[in-house]
Design a protein around this ligand. Structure first.
Ligand code: ASP
Length: 218
């Protein structure tokens, strides 16, 4: 409704990062807090903190090991391990919202911040145009301001579907940035384009129709 936004980055102990992002939005004068400052704010706000070991899974650990081995061998990753979780929604009053949570790209450098917490890159919502949450190679999503670009195209007159396709399968493909987005407009239209073989995705519309899909031809 008013472009209010909250974001956090570089935290190690926040169990539900979007809870803290909402607290930054609602209970601080800022848009983004990072690292130890974000965790200190989480403590003040009564947000649940856990030990980093809480986030350990063997599946992700083994992915990291394989990525490290490929790096040592000098071979490029043959597969992209995107693991972002995003949501976009429209309420009965016509308010659009977007949220994105991620562990970042596998084998990223210590201190690296991706697109997910950067408003306009990996996450954006404005009742006047659309809501977008992105997953993919964050550096490209930052440089091409992907989430905002989709919504700006809607403002300029494109349909949500056209705008989302033009950015994900046009601009990003030309740039070499792999990934996808989920997007919704004020009419409740849904677009979920991606330029990778698959993207885990699901939607529910106003009539309760549910879709769940992984690959491109589904
Ligand atoms: N977009 C995320 C990042 O660059 C990665 C992902 O989508 O899994 O950090």
């Amino acid at each position: 409704q008013d472009r209010n936004a909250g974001a956090i980055s570089s935290v190690r102990r926040v169990r539900n990062p979007i809870d803290l992002a909402i607290a930054v939005m609602q209970s601080s004068p800022h848009v983004m807090l990072s690292g130890s400052g974000a965790e200190a704010f989480a403590e003040e706000q009564g947000i649940t903190l856990v030990e980093p070991a809480y986030f350990h899974t063997n599946f992700r650990w083994e992915q990291l090991e394989r990525a490290r081995q490929r790096e040592t061998a000098g071979t490029h990753p043959d597969q992209n391990f995107f693991s972002t979780v995003g949501a976009v929604a429209l309420d009965q009053a016509g308010n659009l919202a977007a949220g994105t949570s991620t562990g970042g790209m596998t084998n990223k450098r210590f201190g690296r911040v991706g697109d997910s917490p950067i408003i306009g890159a990996g996450t954006f919502a404005d009742n006047a145009s659309c809501a977008v949450s992105a997953t993919g190679h964050g550096e490209y999503f930052i440089r091409w301001v992907v989430a905002y670009d989709v919504c700006a195209r809607v403002t300029a007159g494109a349909s949500l579907e056209q705008a989302a396709e033009a950015v994900v399968n046009g601009v990003l493909v030309e740039a070499g940035g792999s990934g996808g987005i989920i997007a919704m407009d004020p009419a409740g239209n849904i677009a979920m384009p991606f330029n990778t073989p698959g993207m885990y995705r699901a939607s529910i519309d106003v009539d309760g129709k549910v879709t769940v899909a992984i690959y491109g031809d589904e």
